[in-house]
Design a protein around this ligand. Structure first.
Ligand SMILES: Cc1cc2nc3c(=O)[nH]c(=O)nc-3n(C[C@H](O)[C@H](O)[C@H](O)COP(=O)(O)O)c2cc1C
Length: 100
């Protein structure tokens, strides 16, 4: 079983990264766990074209494709995000818009 832990902070080595490490260690006895950081991926905002509503695919092709591949290989996904003005960082929100 594979676990993917995603650091949704734009800071690769901050407090969120520490939590990612703790979660990874906690899952290590049950899962083949892998960690990624959203800051290592470059992608555009959703265009709102709604093509995906009929095709289930995005018209844009960038690093979201790589993250989608990581998600598809995982049995368990843990997203770890800091609070940015009582919400998730914009980078993660942009990914959610594209990913869904
Ligand atoms: C733009 C911005 C907005 C933030 N908004 C909040 C907030 O609303 N509430 C809160 O408790 N902390 C807030 N923080 C603090 C971060 O959530 C906190 O420092 C977090 O540990 C940062 O994670 P990082 O170490 O991965 O950068 C904010 C930080 C930034 C940079």
């Amino acid at each position: 079983m594979r676990a993917l832990i995603i650091n949704c902070s734009p800071v690769k080595t901050g407090a969120t990264a520490e939590i990612v490490n703790i979660v990874s260690e906690g899952l290590a006895h049950r899962y083949d766990s892998r960690s990624v950081c959203i800051a290592d991926y470059s992608f555009s905002f959703c265009k709102g074209c709604r093509s995906c509503h009929t095709t289930a695919e995005c018209v844009q092709h960038d690093d979201v494709d790589k993250l989608m591949n990581e998600f598809e290989q995982a049995d368990v996904i843990v997203s770890v995000a800091p609070s940015y003005w009582a919400d998730v960082p914009g980078q993660f929100k942009a990914f959610i818009d594209r990913f869904l």
